[in-house]
Design a protein around this ligand. Structure first.
Ligand code: FAD
Ligand code: NAI
Length: 330
């Protein structure tokens, strides 16, 4: 059978792999349980503009990733974001400007993944529940009982906890995924008709329920008519408040935001909350990707490398390299 590769997950890691395999001339099919691409780089449309509730920005350090970033900027999928940066530590708020280039998708974080997806074949709203092997090839079973295949290779590009059951046909890989802890994060978005009286556009927070504050409206091409903010709780606080209702999360994190600004916030004109159960790997693993080349089963994602956009992209590229090697060795 000619190579036909299934990729489960259309986040940045799955898409990095898909593009590499496509450029090498191989057929593939992407699957994602969501209605669009992006995974943790997803954005929400709201009456207050596009809101980035997951990944906030990314930096580029690896030379290959830096080259890709230059290309994405030329395509108009990303732009630099240079917020008025602050830090809050031991109850003190202060300016914390630096020289770091930070990139965001335009006009929303997920636009980068839309660009990478392009015309590649994808089935959205398709949750894969089982990956199993017949005599010669792989089949996938989705949550509606539909079978997909045959495939010569399968790449699982989901967070570790979701990858483990899909890797059951290669027990060592499944065990490694199961052993990877991922941390949760509560995210809250707030919109104010009247801009909050602060020059702050982003803030790294310590010693507080929050870990990060961003003036979403200050990112390029967000409209900016409404003063929108995104707050991320620390993973530690989130673990202790995992079962809060969205309304309580909004209330408690809004109060924490007020304490950072040293004021009581006016009532928000818009708010929403999202709980990310698998926001980030607890530690950087650095193994890059998982491969059972003999069976043709592979895994990638930030949890294989480092819990950042760059780590996820590098992992996807490495997985594609392993698949190409196994195709040429066959
Ligand atoms: P994901 O983006 O999680 O993609 C996995 C995909 O698999 C998803 O689309 C999901 O729907 C799909 N999927 C899962 N299970 C199935 C299934 N059974 N069947 C079909 N599809 C399935 N990184 C930074 O660099 N900078 C930041 O500022 C930053 N901030 C962050 C803030 C938050 C709150 C979060 C959550 C993450 C943040 N990150 C940040 C991390 C960054 O977003 C991730 O490292 C990166 O997006 C992970 O990409 P991925 O492809 O590995 O996984
Ligand atoms: P980066 O270099 O901007 O930040 C790395 C870390 O350095 C920051 O978390 C912060 O603690 C510190 N830092 C950087 N600049 C600072 C400044 N001017 N003042 C004070 N502290 C500063 O970005 P990098 O390395 O690409 O990391 C990505 C970001 O994504 C980090 O902020 C990380 O915490 C965040 N992230 C958040 C996740 C979540 O679930 N909330 C998941 C994965 C990453």
């Amino acid at each position: 059978m000619q190579a036909h590769i299934a990729i489960i997950g259309a986040g940045i890691s799955g898409l990095a792999a898909a593009r590499t395999l496509h450029e090498a001339g191989h057929a593939m099919q992407l699957f994602d349980k969501s209605r669009g691409s992006g995974g943790r780089l997803s954005s929400k449309r709201s009456p207050f503009g596009e809101l980035d509730l997951g990944g906030q920005y990314f930096t580029a350090r690896d030379p290959d990733f830096c080259r890709a970033v230059t290309d994405w900027q030329k395509q108009g999928w990303i732009a630099p974001w240079s917020p008025q940066l602050y830090q809050f530590r031991q109850g003190r708020l202060q300016v914390s400007a630096d020289e770091q280039t930070r990139w965001v998708g335009t006009p929303r974080m997920s636009a980068l993944t839309r660009g990478l997806l392009g015309e590649l074949p994808v089935r959205f709203a398709t949750r894969i529940c089982e990956v199993f092997r017949g005599d010669q090839h792989w089949q996938l079973l989705d949550a509606d009982g539909q079978l997909h295949g045959p495939f010569s290779h399968v790449l699982v590009a989901t967070p570790a906890a979701q990858a483990s059951p899909l890797l059951a046909a290669a027990p060592e890989l499944a065990a490694q995924a199961a052993a990877t802890a991922m941390q949760p994060v509560w995210a809250v978005a707030l919109g104010f008709q009247q801009a909050l009286p602060t020059p702050m556009q982003a803030c790294f927070v310590q010693d507080n329920p929050l870990a990060w504050i961003a003036r979403n409206a200050s990112k390029p091409q967000r409209g900016g008519a409404i003063d929108s903010w995104v707050l991320h709780a620390s993973s530690e606080w989130t673990r202790q408040h995992l079962d809060l209702s969205p309304d309580s999360a909004i209330e408690q994190l809004s109060a924490a935001f007020g304490s950072v600004l040293g004021t009581t916030l006016p009532a928000a004109d818009f708010s929403l909350a999202q709980r990310w159960l698998y926001a980030r790997p607890a530690a950087d693993s650095g193994f890059g990707t998982l491969a059972d080349a003999q069976r043709g089963l592979f895994a990638c994602g930030d949890w294989c490398q480092a819990g950042r956009v760059e780590g996820a992209w590098l992992s996807g590229r490495m997985a594609a390299g392993n698949i190409l090697q196994s195709i040429s060795a066959a």
